[in-house]
Design a protein around this ligand. Structure first.
Ligand SMILES: Cc1ncc(COP(=O)(O)O)c(C=O)c1O
Length: 414
C-alpha cells in the first residue's frame, strides 16, 4: 500500500504551507529547475542550433526534435495507452479544437456535438466554435449526477450525434463520469467519445484504451506538475488515425517537414496534430516533471488519493456538526467511484474563507459563486496535511475570519 505523499521529497514545497491546490497548478518538482538550467545554459547556450539533433556523445537529453515523443512515452502509462497515439505540445483548448474537428469529420452526416453543462467553460466555447465552423449543432447534457452520467448522456443521444465531449471530473464539485460505461453507451449510438482529462491524469486512472474511448485531451500543469501554461496532450485511438483530418496543417505535422515542400502530406498517425515548432523549454520542464511518476502505478495514485479525500470528507463532516450555523454543504460525491481527487463545499463566504485559509498557510481555491475547493495530489499531499488543513479550517470558522473586510475585493485571478 502506497502512503499518500510518498514522493513528497521530490517536490520543492515551501515550509509551513499545506498545498491543496495541485488541481489548479501542481507543485514544483525538484527535477525541473535543474533540467531547465541545463537546457538553457548548456543545450541552448553552448549547443545552439545543434541541440535540435541528438548529438552523439553530446549533452544528454538534447535532441529537442524528439521531445514530443519522449514526453508522450512518459504520459502514456498514466493514460493507459500507447505512446505512439499521444501528441504533446499545444494548449488544452487548442488540442480540443483540433480533436473535435477531426472527430466530427469522421462522422459525416451526423449534425450534433454533445457537451456537458458542467464542463470547464473553454470546452463549451471550443465545441461551440467547432459547431459554427462545421455547420453543426451543440446539444447540452447534464453532469455526472448519481449514476456516473449514464442517465444524462443517454438523454442526449440519438442517431444525429457525431461526437460526445465530456469533462471526466467536474472542476467545481469533483463529481466524476463513469468513463468506461459512458464510452460504451455513446458507441451504442454510433457516436465518438472524447474525454477532457485535465482533472484526472496523475490522480485518477483513466485506461482509455481498455475503455475503447476515441479521443482525449488534458493539461499537464495540474496533477502532472509541469508548470504554469505547460503544454497539453491529445490522444487519438489508433482506429481513427489513418483518416484523421485536423483543422490546421502546419509544417511540423508534415510527413517530411524539412523537405520544405509546398504541398502538405500529413505525417502518419497523431504526428499530424503537430502544428509549429514545439515549445522546447516547456516540454523540457514537462519531461523532468514526469520523472516524479517513474515506477508509480495509476492504481497506487488512486488508492492514495482516496485515502486523502476520505479523510478530508470525514474531518469536514465533523466540522459541519460542530458549526451547524455555518451551513457548509459538501458538493463532492461521498461514493468513491463517483469522485475525482478533490473535495468541494459551499459556504456563503467561500471567497473570504479560502483567503483566510491561505493567509494561515492552507492553500485551496475558490470557484464562483460560493465553492471552496481542495485538491489532493497523491504524490506530495500527506494525511498530516489533511489534518492540519482541517484544524486551520476549524479556527477560521470559529473566529469567522472569513468575514474580514479585507476579503471584500477579489483578486483578478481567483
Ligand atoms: C477541465 C479543463 N479543461 C480545460 C482547461 C483549460 O485548458 P487550457 O488553458 O490549457 O487551454 C481547464 C483549465 O483549468 C480545465 O480545468
Amino acid at each position: 500500500m502506497t502512503a499518500p505523499g510518498w514522493r513528497r521529497e521530490r517536490f520543492a514545497l515551501p515550509d509551513g504551507v499545506v498545498y491543496l491546490d495541485g488541481n489548479s497548478l501542481g507543485a514544483l518538482p525538484r527535477a525541473v529547475p535543474a533540467r531547465l538550467g541545463e537546457v538553457v545554459e548548456r543545450e541552448w547556450g553552448t549547443g545552439l542550433i545543434g541541440s535540435w539533433n541528438r548529438v552523439p556523445g553530446g549533452a544528454p537529453g538534447s535532441g529537442w526534435i524528439d521531445l514530443v515523443g519522449r514526453c508522450a512515452a512518459l504520459l502514456a502509462p498514466l493514460l493507459g495507452v500507447d505512446a505512439a497515439d499521444v501528441h504533446v505540445g499545444e494548449s488544452t483548448s487548442q488540442s480540443l479544437f483540433a480533436t473535435t474537428v477531426a472527430g466530427a469529420r469522421q462522422r459525416p452526416g451526423r449534425r450534433v456535438l454533445v457537451v456537458d453543462r458542467t464542463t470547464f467553460p473553454t470546452d463549451a466555447y471550443v465545441i461551440t466554435s467547432v459547431a459554427r465552423l462545421l455547420g453543426l449543432e451543440v446539444r447540452w447534457c447534464a453532469g455526472p449526477g448519481d449514476d456516473g452520467g449514464l442517465t444524462a448522456v443517454a438523454a442526449a443521444l440519438d442517431e444525429d450525434v457525431a461526437l460526445v465531449s465530456l469533462t471526466h471530473v467536474d472542476f467545481r464539485t469533483g463529481a466524476m463520469f463513469d468513463l468506461p460505461a459512458v464510452t460504451a453507451l455513446v458507441h451504442e449510438a454510433g457516436a465518438l467519445m472524447q474525454w477532457d482529462l485535465c482533472h484526472s491524469t496523475g490522480a485518477v486512472p483513466v485506461d482509455l484504451a481498455d475503455a475503447g474511448a476515441d479521443l482525449a485531451v488534458g493539461c499537464t500543469y495540474k496533477y502532472l506538475n509541469a508548470g504554469p501554461g505547460s503544454p497539453a496532450y491529445a490522444w487519438v485511438a489508433p482506429h481513427l488515425q489513418a483518416d484523421l483530418d485536423p483543422p490546421v496543417a502546419g509544417w511540423m505535422g508534415h510527413a517530411a517537414p524539412f523537405a520544405m515542400r509546398l504541398d502538405h502530406e500529413p505525417s502518419p498517425g497523431v504526428g499530424r496534430l503537430r502544428v509549429g515548432t514545439p515549445p522546447v523549454l516547456a516540454l523540457s520542464a514537462l519531461e523532468a516533471a514526469l520523472t516524479a511518476f517513474e515506477g508509480v502505478t495509476t492504481a497506487g495514485l488512486r488508492a492514495a488519493s482516496l485515502q486523502l479525500t476520505d479523510r478530508f470528507l470525514d474531518r469536514v463532516d465533523a466540522l459541519r456538526e460542530r458549526f451547524p450555523a455555518e451551513q457548509i454543504e459538501v458538493v463532492t460525491p461521498r461514493e468513491q467511484p463517483r469522485r475525482g481527487s478533490q473535495v468541494s463545499f459551499r459556504h456563503r463566504h467561500a471567497y473570504g474563507l479560502v483567503q483566510a485559509l491561505i493567509d494561515r498557510g492552507v492553500v485551496g481555491d475558490f470557484r464562483d459563486p460560493d465553492i471552496a475547493r481542495f485538491g489532493f495530489a497523491p504524490l506530495y499531499t500527506t494525511l498530516a496535511d489533511v489534518d492540519r488543513a482541517t484544524e486551520v479550517l476549524a479556527e477560521v470558522l470559529a473566529s469567522r475570519a472569513y468575514a474580514d473586510p479585507a476579503y471584500a475585493v477579489r483578486n483578478p485571478v481567483t
